[in-house]
Design a protein around this ligand. Structure first.
Ligand SMILES: [Zn+2]
Ligand SMILES: [Zn+2]
Length: 365
């Protein structure tokens, strides 16, 4: 086996360590809560309390594990073959050495594709690594070594890219992990105090109950900040990457370019039917390749697109291209059914607010 293959295998194995760590903590928390707290500590002294605790605990546990599982094992969605260069175009692109000539090839190949965003200099966004024209909101993840549709960030705690295919699962994972930790902390508190003040006998349950409270409280605090941040992003229709660097449209950079108003923004991630919002099932709108923008479908609530600051405008001539109505191809893509593979499985874990964004940013030149 070549050394690079061995290295890659080792990297792949090591990348599962954070997920295994979280899985072990979750398994221990299950044992500590059900066996040590509910059975040994509460025991038969309060059977009603024991049953209520166990029911609520198991509901939150199942929803938490389900959404975590889906976030981890849902394959990131990639650009469709329409965004790949044809063989002839690829050869021409590789043969050309001048960036202007290469852009010429890309502009021709991109004609008819539903692209509203550009690089900072107004060029077509192209991934040399995947050899694909990047759809709007798509970015290359260096950790996954692929272009990911509506990439949000690469999360080591789920060992997966969080993007179009699993963003809803990721949000639910944060929500249910918060509920799980809050429920544990709230119900363990009275026994934590009793053990701490020696009002309960010294048993092996003491260690588990004390530790359970500390761990649940610690995770609560860290997850709450991350969850609040992502709710804010959903409301504004921004990905983490776009929050750091506003997408550049034909008319210039616009951090609210994809925002269609709070309700529509939420529906884009969670879907139209509220009954499916709490479930980790794929209900996000669209196919991840094309997203309505305020340039195309201005929302009266938003007051239409704001003109960009002169300093934000791309320097090339494309900056002057006015927003046009949808072409037939774009219209077709906007109305096309969701991608089949987006209903697959998931990934997920977020951590203590330390998720890293590992992407290759497009050239700004
Ligand atoms: Zn790529
Ligand atoms: Zn990734």
């Amino acid at each position: 086996m070549a050394p690079t293959h061995v290295l890659r295998c080792c990297q792949r194995g090591l990348s599962w360590i954070p997920v295994i760590f979280i899985a072990l903590v979750v398994c221990w928390s299950y044992y500590a809560y059900v066996v040590e707290l509910c059975i040994f500590t509460i025991g038969y002294s309060s059977i009603g309390e024991q049953i209520v605790y166990l029911i609520f605990f198991h509901v939150s546990f199942v929803m938490f594990v389900w959404s975590y599982w889906k976030t981890i094992f849902t394959k990131p969605a990639n650009p469709s073959k329409e965004f790949c260069l044809a063989k002839v175009e690829k050869e021409r692109y590789e043969k050309e050495e001048r960036p202007e000539a290469q852009q010429e090839v890309l502009w021709r190949a991109a004609a008819g594709l539903p692209l509203y965003t550009r690089t900072g200099s107004g060029a077509i966004r192209y991934c040399d690594r995947c050899q694909v024209i990047k759809p709007d909101r798509c970015h290359h993840c260096s950790a996954c070594d692929m272009c990911v549709l509506k990439m949000d960030h690469h999360c080591p705690w789920v060992n997966n890219c969080v993007g179009f295919s699993n963003y809803k699962y990721f949000i639910l994972f944060l929500a249910y992990s918060l509920v799980y930790c809050l429920f544990i902390a709230a119900t363990v508190l009275q026994y934590f105090i009793k053990f701490w003040t020696n009002n309960l006998p010294e048993t092996h349950a003491k260690f588990h109950v004390l530790f359970l409270f500390f761990v649940a409280a610690m995770f609560c605090i860290s997850i709450l900040s991350l969850f609040s941040y992502h709710l804010w992003l959903v409301g504004r229709n921004r990905s983490t990457i776009e929050a750091f660097r506003a997408p550049v449209f034909r008319t210039g950079s616009d951090k609210n370019g994809f925002s269609l108003g709070f309700r529509k923004n939420v529906a884009q991630v969670f879907g139209d039917q509220k009954k499916y919002w709490p479930l980790p099932l794929f209900t996000s709108q669209g196919d991840g390749l094309i997203f309505p923008t305020r340039l195309v479908s201005p929302d009266p609530e938003q007051g239409g697109p704001q003109p960009p600051e002169p300093s934000q405008r791309p320097s090339q001539s494309v900056a002057g291209v006015p927003a046009s109505p949808l072409s037939e191809v774009e219209d077709h893509l906007l109305n096309s059914p969701p991608h089949g593979n987006h209903t697959a499985a998931p990934n997920a874990l977020t951590s203590v607010g330390t998720d890293s964004v590992t992407i290759s940013l497009e050239s700004q030149s």
